[in-house]
Design a protein around this ligand. Sequence first.
Ligand code: BG6
Length: 507
Amino acid sequence: MSNPTTNPLRVGLRQERVIAPQCLIIFGASGDLTQRKLVPALFELYKQRRLPSEFALLGCARRPWSDEEFRNRMANALKKEIANHSLEWAQFSSGLFYESIDLQRSEDLLKLGTRLEEIDRIRATHGNRTFYFSVSPKFYGSGCRALASAGLLNDPKRSRIVIEKPFGRDYGSAQALNQLVQSCGKESQIYRIDHYLGKETVQNILVLRFANAIFEPIWNRNYISSIQITAAETVGVEDRAGYYESAGALRDMVQNHLTQMLAITAMEPPGHFDPEAIRNEKAKVLQVARLADEAEPWNCCVRGQYGKGGSLKDPILAYKDEPGVDANSTTETYVALKLFIDNWRWQGVPFYMRTGKRLAKRLSEVVLTFREAPVHLFDSAGGSPTANQLILRIQPNEGAEFHFEVKSPGSGMRSRPVEMDFSYDESFGEPSDEGYVRLLADAMLGDPTLFTRGDEVEAAWRLYTPILELLENNPWQLPIHKYESRTWGPAESDALLAKDRLLWRRP
Ligand code: BG6
């Protein structure tokens, strides 16, 4: 991450809003997310001078750490980053505190209240509090209830709750959790986080669509023949088997990250750029999305699980052999799906989504394929002319490219596909911030635009209900197909597109 003070471009291009004095409270502060993502993101905000001087972070977990121990642990986790910013770290870390808290114990709630008041006094944080739940999802509901019962959510202008995914396990549990959480505070206090929405390139889909007049007229069924949304990873399950075994790729990636990319790609233009206008449109499009075959989901859904792969020198374990994974596990590490959106804009246009671990490349992208030219006047170097494609590169090499045909040089009239390319790095000279930098700042600013509203989460779960029910009742009807690690997933996933005479893009 670059230092804004040494990068004039960054200072010049950014328009930042001001975060009010604030105490961020992280529950689950001894966990991985805090040291891997949250504290680095806060330190980045500090370095960008976007945190107010009246800022404090209170880490809470059950372990009996002192403030000092918490600071040392965070310093250790950010060692590399701090090496060049030791003075800034010293200043930033003086605002880090720790309290051993179990939200289920009433005496701990009292202790929390007292500590927050003390922090208000010494750091002048004015009672503005953002509570971040980075705990096991089974504690989201009871945690919110505990905060509400202690009166810590009473002021909707000064207290907010940030909830990590997964929000529920299915439609019913998401509905129940929404009811519980909404009974503890107003919907405007609840920030359901999906870190894909923090990605600059996902937000750029909105700008590309709604700041340019040329795309909107062709962004529909009349011009677009199909859309592919991919989130491919090269990593395996890492050390998260405990969680992943009960989640699988459908709950871990599809219901949230891929569905959010789908919603932003397919939504109608909002009337204003305001949080509710945008979230209304996203919710509306998800409410009319459906699996291509809800009655027989096996016709539109492929599940896979990675087998071993790699080379003799660098072997890769099969999912079933990973530490903590059941040797007979039927958890999917790959999903491919076909969906439709039943509205005027998208009727009949297939949306294909795929995600998987241990695939050939790390790559997230949205590919819009346009209809072919109605008459082929020219021979193409590639056989027949390729349909135009707009590719939104979410990561890596963030940017966008447009594929179209031009005349091949020479005396004949043959066409040939070329690309027009935009890259964030080349145009702006800096990598984008991590999603958490943007989302933590937005939560503390009280801007919910990039957070998922209760009805959106429910609509996203409803979309996959036919698959989840089938897996519950007749899992054999959606078998797991093995794929070799470092490939593009099971052959059955290619067959899903081949039925429609299409291919997955393999950049
Ligand atoms: C998380 C999933 O939400 O997203 C992980 O739980 C996954 O399994 C990660 O690896 C992918 O995020 P990114 O930003 O690396 O694409």
